[in-house]
Design a protein around this ligand. Structure first.
Ligand code: NCD
Length: 490
């Protein structure tokens, strides 16, 4: 989380952090708030529609004594003139604001802002990726109702594809011993990688069951969601997609007849009045938890602001990158170069052997060899290989490439071997390992990602190497994991 006061993604928080916040919010709810942060300044930059998140933050901030400024919706701001996000934010920082609370329609917007501003940033929702403060108040509501979170059966229902609230709560629930059921039409299913993340991190299986009636009777928490029509593709295609799924899970009081009496029906709200996914008649039932849930937003966001201006958070999954190893030695049998082809004539420099046939050009590009003097670089395509059938080989005369430069090779090739040649002998032989942080190398293909060049927000590409074999890297902003074959190099 870098700065331990930022609130960007729920995956940055430890169980202890969340439990502390819940405890503090419940205390605030009971005892009220004093203006202990009088005179501080908070900016609320809501580029997307909001009632609860914005107003609860604003009310919380005012109760604590903050001076609040900002806007609700990008209409009327210079965003409509084509201003880049970071300029808008810098301006609010320039006016002396000490915390930026932001909601934006691009994935990773809050992360990008936090990377570029010297005050804490709180994410009030970024596209379909994160809504951490919603999750915190959701957990608070569950804890209040049941006295615990562990041991519960929780169903997430509705738009699990575009709904950021369910993406965040799923990540938080990795930290609690709960049974999760996902209920959605196939078209709005939870992205496969999010299910895999949960199952890998917890060694627990998620249940998938589109049958709402059956699920209602089995669970303790029914977390309903609105179909996020505004995130569907624009135009006729999106309209027809929406038609197919609208009204598919419309919960009514009648459907809750056989539910457990202690069941909690939750919903981040708003509900959609033209095709209610949550019937008005549910409001009267003891199971309806969503009015309380929304009210809890105020208390949780008060607790959050106090933490951000106080002790901060401990954090989860802090990657401590020690001295990184970028090279793995291989034995050098007799120091002799093996091949007959011209490319092996290099007597001083670097020889990259066993590249997958056809990938040589990509290797040249990622290593920046196109910049070298043409006569220094030798490229042999589709040579015979006793081990692999076919291979490409690249030789760079008189240049010993550094481990750092060579490590990028692993983005393209899984089997290349590198030989450093000195005086016609193999001096060093090995395979390369990708560094943890990859800057400026990969183009994120997620359409709504802030780092996607098509969005013109100038967020530098940053990916992290999560796994070397098979290679898996993950975007810093939108969290999407990418395997070697899907990587698009910049
Ligand atoms: C949600 C949101 O904006 O993601 N609302 C909220 O913050 N309470 C859910 C929604 O809009 O459906």
């Amino acid at each position: 989380m870098g700065d331990f006061r930022n609130v960007i993604s729920i995956k940055d928080f430890s169980r202890q952090d969340l439990n502390n916040l819940i405890k503090e919010a419940i205390q605030i709810k009971a005892n009220g708030t004093k203006p202990v942060l009088k005179g501080h300044k908070a900016a609320l930059l809501f580029f997307e529609a909001s009632t609860r998140t914005r107003m609860s933050f604003e009310t919380a901030a005012r109760n604590l004594g903050f001076k609040v400024s900002g806007f609700a919706g990008k209409e009327g701001t210079s965003v409509s003139k084509g201003e880049p996000l970071i300029d808008t934010v810098r301006m609010f920082r320039g006016y002396g604001n000490e915390v930026i609370i932001i909601r934006h329609n691009l994935d990773g917007a809050a992360r990008f802002v936090a990377d570029n501003i010297d005050v804490p940033v709180i994410n009030g929702g970024d596209s379909a990726t994160n809504h951490p403060t919603q999750t915190m108040l959701d957990l608070m509501t569950i804890k209040e109702r049941f006295g615990r979170i562990d041991g519960l059966k929780i169903a997430l229902v509705g738009d699990l594809k575009y709904g950021r609230t369910v993406h965040s709560i799923l990540q938080a629930l990795e930290l609690y011993d709960v049974e999760i059921t996902l209920v959605s039409p196939r078209m709005l299913a939870m992205p496969e990688w999010r299910i895999q993340d949960f199952e890998t991190n917890t060694k627990r299986k998620i249940i998938i069951n589109p049958g709402l009636d059956e699920v209602i009777q089995a669970v303790d928490v029914l977390y309903m969601t609105r179909i996020q029509k505004e995130r569907f593709p624009k135009g006729a295609e999106g309209e027809s997609e929406y038609e197919k799924v609208s009204g598919i899970y419309n919960l009514t009081a009648e459907m809750l007849r056989n539910a457990k009496p202690e069941l909690a029906v939750m919903h981040p709200l708003p509900r959609y009045k033209f095709n209610l996914e949550l019937g008005m008649d549910v409001d009267e039932l003891p199971q309806a938890a969503y009015i309380e849930q929304a009210a809890n937003g105020l208390h949780m966001r008060t607790a959050l602001l106090l933490r951000v201006f106080g002790k901060g958070f401990k954090g989860r999954n802090q990657q401590t990158v020690q001295q990184e190893k970028l090279w793995k030695n291989l034995p050098i049998p007799d120091g002799k170069k093996q091949g007959k082809h011209f490319v092996y004539k290099i007597n001083n420099g670097t020889l990259i052997d066993h590249i997958e046939s056809g990938k040589g050009f990509e290797v040249m590009r990622v290593l920046g060899l196109e910049e070298y003097d043409k006569t220094a670089v030798v490229y042999a395509r589709n040579l015979n290989s006793s081990q692999f059938g076919r291979k490409d080989v690249i030789g760079v005369q008189d240049h010993e490439l550094s481990d750092e430069q060579l490590s990028k090779l692993a983005l393209v090739s899984s089997r290349a071997r590198v030989n450093i040649i000195r005086n016609d002998k193999v001096y060093r032989k090995g395979t390369v390992i990708l560094p943890y942080e990859l800057r400026g190398l990969i183009e994120c293909q997620t359409l709504k990602c802030i780092s996607n060049p098509q969005n013109f927000e100038f967020a530098p590409s940053i990916f992290y190497t999560e796994q070397q074999k098979p290679l898996k890297v993950r975007c810093h902003y939108c969290d999407t994991p990418v395997g070697r074959e899907e990587i698009i190099l910049k």
